[in-house]
Write a new protein. Structure first.
Length: 334
């Protein structure tokens, strides 16, 4: 649906996007994840034709965004971080205005506007001035204009910034529903948002695309993709030695357990390893009681911190990327 090849954007001596390449397939929600200032908005502005790239190409459903801008933009609905609203218009007036800009046929305009308002749940607000709406409802109005015309691709730049928890949940539910008819690209620096709604994640750090995969598969990129936490009574070094004998154990950390008469042990294991039974029997054989045992997956937060920490210090960013059919070339942005 979207193909980005060797995208570069420079501002004087500063490179904002550095040979970024990826592909977007139909019918999925893609998360564009990175720290504040990573250049996510710059990339989205190039994809939507808002700004031009220095080098590289962007193709939307086979149409080059620079050579065939009108055909390419017909495939895209865009909600910038700051929704492009006219506060002195009512919701209905604004959506009619947006429909005219998108050249929606007059015989379909009213019906489509009504359907879009129903989709984002703003029908009851249609006669209210936009300046009198809450931020959550303004965001819904912005989302409505992006959906108008039913473009194949919906691009959302930080869609939940500044919203309260209830509004965030509502907007996330709306985004999930868009997947039924649209391909969605969602940029965010909020990790919980990406893991909650996205089928596929692209992580950018220090000008590099450091990972691209499903949220579940991204755990394979983290050092120690499974963790096992224990509180064990016994002799510290003996506990460490016995656990190191178990196949699949990668690292062992032993510290004093707070408020417990024992040691808090943290194990990292190989992705496919489940060593809980081996740990139980090994400790039982040596009469070391296990007071607590908890298995946990590495969170997206931990993966994000590992992949973005140090950024330029990483010797080979490509080794951090998962090998997928759709994201084959290394790129990045700053």
């Amino acid at each position: 649906m979207i193909e980005v090849k060797n995208l570069v954007k420079r501002y004087g001596d500063h490179t904002a996007v550095d040979h970024l390449s990826f592909q977007i397939e139909k019918g999925k929600i893609y998360g564009f994840l990175g720290p504040n200032g990573a250049g996510k908005s710059t990339t989205m502005n190039i994809i939507t034709g808002y700004i031009a790239s220095t080098e590289g190409t962007v193709s939307i459903d086979g149409h080059d965004i620079l050579e065939e801008p009108e055909k390419a933009k017909k495939c895209i609905g865009y909600l910038p971080e700051q929704p492009p609203l006219y506060f002195d218009m009512t919701v209905l007036e604004y959506l009619k205005f947006a429909a005219d800009l998108k050249k929606i046929p007059k015989d379909k305009k009213n019906e489509m506007i009504q359907e879009v308002m129903d989709t984002v749940k703003i029908t009851d607000m249609k006669n209210r001035l936009i300046k009198n709406l809450s931020k959550g409802y303004r965001q819904r109005v912005g989302l409505a204009q992006a959906i108008l015309g039913y473009p194949d691709v919906i691009i959302l730049d930080e869609p939940t910034v500044g919203l309260d928890p209830k509004q965030i949940i509502e907007i996330r539910d709306l985004i999930k529903n868009l997947k039924k008819k649209h391909t969605v690209i969602l940029s965010s620096h909020i990790l919980s948002e990406v893991s909650a709604v996205c089928d596929y994640v692209l992580i950018i750090s220090h000008g590099k695309l450091v990972a691209s995969d499903t949220p579940d598969n991204l755990s394979k990129l983290a050092a120690g993709s499974n963790n096992l936490s224990l509180i064990v009574k016994g002799e510290k070094e003996s506990i460490r030695r016995l656990l190191s004998e178990i196949p699949g154990v990668k690292t062992i950390t032993v510290n004093s357990a707070e408020n417990e008469n024992g040691w808090r042990v943290k194990l990292s294991t190989e992705e496919s390893a489940d060593i809980r039974e081996e740990v139980f029997y090994k400790m039982a054989e040596n009469h070391y009681p296990i007071l607590e045992m908890q298995s946990e997956k590495v969170s997206l937060e931990e993966i994000f911190l590992e992949l973005t920490d140090g950024g330029n210090d990483k010797k080979d960013d490509s080794s951090q990327k998962s090998k997928t059919e759709n994201h084959e070339e290394e790129g990045g942005e700053q």
